[in-house]
Design a binder for this molecule. Structure first.
Ligand code: PMP
Length: 356
């Protein structure tokens, strides 16, 4: 018997699971993680918190993760409080809950592509029709065109990713504000990479007070260097959180996850201390790739999209042969490299030079 013999949903037939290849190579620059692991003192703090939590593991966790939400609100600032913040196992789960509450059968969601493909995949899993709108040649969003395409399709949920994955493009809050005004339903600004944005880039959080249909999502997987913890969160109007409570599974965030995330937040200075270094390495990478004569997208994230290759798969595979794993993603001919340590980037440059 195989998968096709099962009475699986028709819309899932023939699909393959999403996921970047997990290949054990010396230089992994393919999933936009922070390359710096926790310090010894943070590991000790995490271990203590886990030990403390372990003593109570016969009981369910705090179902509403209130203490963690208070800590996240304090980290975000902008006058936010726990009642305006929600958390789940990675921002992917946050997005899934949003689509369960505001999408669903007979409803549709829209995103501006190229962008993070999990938005459309999670929409599919939530039986929500996906409407792909397009970004401009420079990977920005033209507000007039966005307003027109929204008026045409009247999506229940609009996704805006800023900085965008895989292009690195940040959106002007004025563009976001126009889209929120035009959208008949919810607008989700996915700010997974916000902490890497160039200095002075405002967050969509600044728009929250005037826009109860706006949701801003964040994650501890990227700048916060805690991808293994699986902790994503959002800020929105308290009524939005009430809607998400209707679809979340009870006790979805384990005691250990909540404890680890709270310890990480108390060590935020250490964790976010690598962001400046990664930004500099990113800007140097953009410049180096441009000096090679390649096309390179401006980046406000911890990765760089570059091309355009007649056979991008061949370049990707040759890099892999040299022990450097990057990502084959984005428009045809482009490749994406996550920013690693100085040594990892030197290995990437040496490998790419050898190929070109
Ligand atoms: N949003 C964007 C734009 C991403 O690139 C990613 C991870 N690649 C996520 C959300 C999900 O991250 P996580 O579930 O680890 O929080």
């Amino acid at each position: 018997m195989n998968l096709d013999d099962l009475p699986i949903r028709d819309d899932l037939r023939g699909l393959s699971p999403y996921g970047a290849p997990q290949i054990d190579v010396p230089v992994r620059l393919n999933t936009n993680e922070n390359p710096y692991g926790p310090s010894a003192s943070l590991v000790t703090g995490l271990a203590e918190a886990v030990r403390h939590g372990a003593a109570g593991l016969n009981r369910y966790p705090d179902r509403d993760a209130l203490a963690l939400r208070e800590d996240l609100a304090a980290y975000l600032g902008h006058g936010l409080t726990a009642e305006r913040v929600w958390a789940a196992n990675g921002s992917n789960e946050v997005i899934q809950q949003i689509l369960q509450a505001f999408g669903g059968p007979g409803r549709c969601a829209m995103g501006f592509e190229p962008s993070y493909s999990m938005h459309s995949i999670i929409a599919g899993g939530a039986s929500t029709e996906w409407i792909p709108a397009l970004r401009e040649e420079d990977f920005g969003i033209d507000p007039d065109k966005a307003v027109a395409v929204i008026a045409e399709h009247r999506p229940d949920v609009v996704f805006l990713t800023s900085p965008n994955n895989p292009t690195g493009t940040a959106l002007d809050p004025a563009v976001i504000a126009r889209i929120v005004e035009a959208a008949p339903g919810m607008v989700v600004v996915d700010e997974a990479y916000f902490e890497f944005a160039r200095t002075g880039t405002p967050s969509a959080l600044t728009l929250l007070p005037d826009n109860p249909r706006l949701i801003v999502t964040r994650t501890m997987s990227k700048a916060f260097a805690m991808a293994g913890t699986r902790l994503g969160y959002l800020a929105a109007h308290p009524a939005v959180i009430e809607a998400l409570l209707l679809v979340r599974l009870p006790y979805h965030l384990s005691t250990l996850t909540q404890a680890a995330a709270r310890v990480a937040l108390t060590h935020r200075d250490e964790l976010l201390g690598t962001v400046d270094m990664l930004r500099q390495e990113r800007d140097a990478t953009v410049e180096w790739l441009r000096d090679l004569g390649l096309k390179v997208a401006d980046s406000d994230a911890n990765f760089v999209l570059f091309g355009v290759f007649a056979d991008r798969h061949a370049v990707w595979a040759e890099l892999l042969d040299r022990g450097v794993l990057i990502r084959e993603v984005g428009p045809p001919g482009w490749l994406r490299v996550s920013i690693g340590t100085a040594e990892e980037m030197a290995a990437f440059r040496a490998a790419l030079e050898g190929i070109l």
